[in-house]
Design a protein around this ligand. Sequence first.
Ligand code: GCU
Length: 432
Amino acid sequence: MNYSTLLFLLSLVSLSLFSSNMSAQPDFKPNYDENKVPAYTLPNPLVFENGDAVKNQADWQQRRTEILQLFSSQVYGKTPSQSLDLRTKTLSTNQKVLGGKATRKEVRVFFTEQGTRPYMDILLFVPNGNNRPAPAFLGLNFYGNHTIHPDSSITLSDQWMRANEDFGIVDHRATEASRGVRVPRWPVETIIDRGYALATVYCGDIDPDKNDFQDGVHPIFYQANQQEPTNDEWGTIGAWAWGLSRALDHLQTEDAVNGDQIAVIGHSRLGKAALWAGAQDKRFAMVISNNSGCGGAALSRRAYGETVGRINHAFPHWFCDNFEQYNKNESSLPVDQHMLLALIAPRPLYVASAEEDEWADPKGEFLSAAHATPVYELLGKSGLPTTKFPPVDQPVTGTIGYHIRSGGHDINSYDWQQYLNFADQHFTTESP
Ligand code: GCU
């Protein structure tokens, strides 16, 4: 081979390397065209991996374990089974807030012996004068407990946060200007007036929302010399879900709260966490997913709006590394998100979408609830009472509730009204 042939061959090799590199660049352009949704077959929650049918409730308990393991190893990562000795400290109590209608408490839950981070602060409002312990809503928040209510005595979070100068988060820290910025998402007084307690925790207390596994609760569970979760171990959503269960541990010790009637609720990424928490922890008596979208209530196989590939690319820390195998390859997932919803059966579940929130695939969220219904029915519950996509602002409710609200990606008073109605319906007539 002469020198110029060699050069020519080398240039071909480098050209092909370059082009394969180019094609390896992620291309996650979202599809918003219903006609371009790929044909797909959903895995059947009522058929075991070995092809056997689930025939009765006892079979379902086994199938449930199988599905839970698949979500653990392939999607969210395994939650550590080791339990910790949690210590709590009451930071503040005020028995007369909201004009005397409620008691407000802040409780710090330490995850380690040292009394240093990681710890989480639970902000709790309980109605005064209920003649019974109050049913409660528990949800994580995005920017600190002090953002959900303007009261200046709520502890200002000093934990890392995603930058958002509009919300008074400067250099990743909350400033006084961030007090109350999330009030529209948390109608505290309405919740109290309806007889419910409300508990919230800043998600970053459990694990800051960044691709870093040295902070948050992950390191507590590392083996010697471990630096990050292994391929099938939990990501950030898994940690948030775990934190919700730890908050539930505490709420079940609060006399004024009915520990058997706690609804776990979350919006968007925190809705994904609420679903995963509710799927794993049967003590949550109700689960509410608000606009949770991809990796939440929406079916992955529809690949509409945000996709598995796109979410793993943009938020590599949310799921376990095994989930990346399904980037642009959703059909090989052994589960889909309707099975996550089915894990919540027979407990009441509410899934909500918003009309302009195409990124979260409203139809995929609805279909997921519809496809979870056979499991509810097997367990003697109604599931979602329709297979027809309802019109905007017309909730449908059985043991599964669904609405598509007019407007965009958000959780607002309309959403909360439906959740309060749904809780009234189930916590009075179907109390455990
Ligand atoms: C992004 C992300 C969604 C997520 C949302 C949110 O849009 O792609 O998956 O639900 O943020 O948490 O607000």
